[in-house]
Ligand binder design. Structure first.
Ligand SMILES: Cc1cc2nc3c(=O)[nH]c(=O)nc-3n(C[C@H](O)[C@H](O)[C@H](O)COP(=O)(O)O)c2cc1C
Length: 304
């Protein structure tokens, strides 16, 4: 059988490159889950802030052509729930869990990183500097290389856990952003978060989302995401986790060939939670068909 495992970072080995993206599978405790988390390469929990957050006014979610608009506004139970409720559960999982963290100011990021560091059950931090839905702060951090570097440096100084910085597509130059966070010490980058978007109810003559704008995800953003992963992977030496609109094994293979060492899948799994299994099997089938013994040989294959 082909070897689908990947050592994403020193000491952080994934059994395959398929990761559940933040915000689309909660904390992994929902009883209605339809797939076995043990199948996944890794699991990333909902974006978590120091204190619990209620999120944005409803409506927060709507379907679009081939996509999903959301403006959840980082509703989450706060860092204490992760430490006392979820991390003990994750400790027993065979799948590494990365905690997606967010904050309204740099001190928030430093504080949550300090609190989560060395908590058993947490394998890495994914730093969300790119949430387009939170009015205070986040947006500014993520869109400029200076802001992104400042958050990265603060988290790195506060935690010994591996730090993955999640980049926004809502920026002028993704390569500059990627280089800035690499320079500030990020161990890896992930991209893309959602693309800013909106919809208007023409009968009410009002924006549909309670937050006016939201973030677009799902197949509609895949070509944008792929081009950004391609550019970012060409700009840095640290590992890249790619995603945005992946819905099939073929989509995932495109991101790996663009230079991603692993892939994140969110919206597609909301549509069909058994999707992960099919994507993992599909990558394996491709490797068998083309006699590729090791996943490493696919990473960046389209760049050579
Ligand atoms: C409902 C929803 C909630 C999300 N929440 C978060 C979050 O808390 N933190 C984060 O970094 N990304 C969040 N995301 C972004 C996803 O993790 C992912 O980066 C994005 O949706 C693109 O991938 P996809 O097209 O496979 O969904 C969220 C996406 C959706 C659809």
């Amino acid at each position: 059988m082909p070897d689908m495992s990947i050592e994403l970072l020193p000491g952080l080995k994934l059994r395959n490159p398929v990761i559940a993206a933040s915000g689309t599978a909660g904390y992994g405790d929902e009883p209605f889950r339809l797939y076995d988390i043990a199948e996944l390469g890794a699991f990333i929990c909902k974006g978590t802030t120091l204190k619990p957050r209620a999120g944005n006014p409803q409506p927060r979610i709507m379907e679009t052509q081939d996509g999903l608009l959301n403006a959840i506004g980082l509703q989450n139970p706060g860092a204490d729930a992760v430490i006392h409720k979820y991390a003990p559960m994750w400790s027993a999982w065979p799948t590494p869990v990365m905690v997606n963290i967010a904050g309204e100011c740099i001190d928030d990021y430093a504080e949550i990183a300090t609190r989560l560091d060395k908590v058993p059950g947490i394998a890495a931090l994914e730093v969300n500097i790119s949430c387009p839905n939170v009015a205070a702060g986040c947006l500014e951090f993520g869109t400029t290389p200076e802001g992104a570097a400042a958050v990265t440096a603060a988290v790195k100084a506060s935690a010994s856990l591996p730090v993955i910085v999640k980049l926004t597509p809502n920026t002028a130059d993704i390569a500059a952003l990627a280089r800035a966070v690499e320079g500030a010490g990020a161990d890896a980058i992930s991209l893309i978060n959602t693309v800013r978007g909106m919809a208007i109810d023409i009968n009410k003559r009002k924006p549909i989302l309670g937050n006016t704008t939201g973030g677009l995800s799902g197949p509609a953003i895949k070509p944008i995401a792929l081009a950004m992963v391609w550019r970012a992977a060409g700009a840095v030496r640290i590992p890249v986790i790619g995603g945005g609109g992946i819905a099939t094994a073929e989509d995932a293979l495109e991101f790996l060939m663009a230079g991603a060492s692993a892939v994140e899948i969110g919206t597609a799994a909301l549509v069909n939670p058994t999707m992960f299994t099919g994507i993992i099997k599909g990558i394996e089938k491709y490797m068998l068909k083309f006699k590729i013994a090791n996943l490493r040989d696919l990473i960046g294959a389209a760049r050579k």
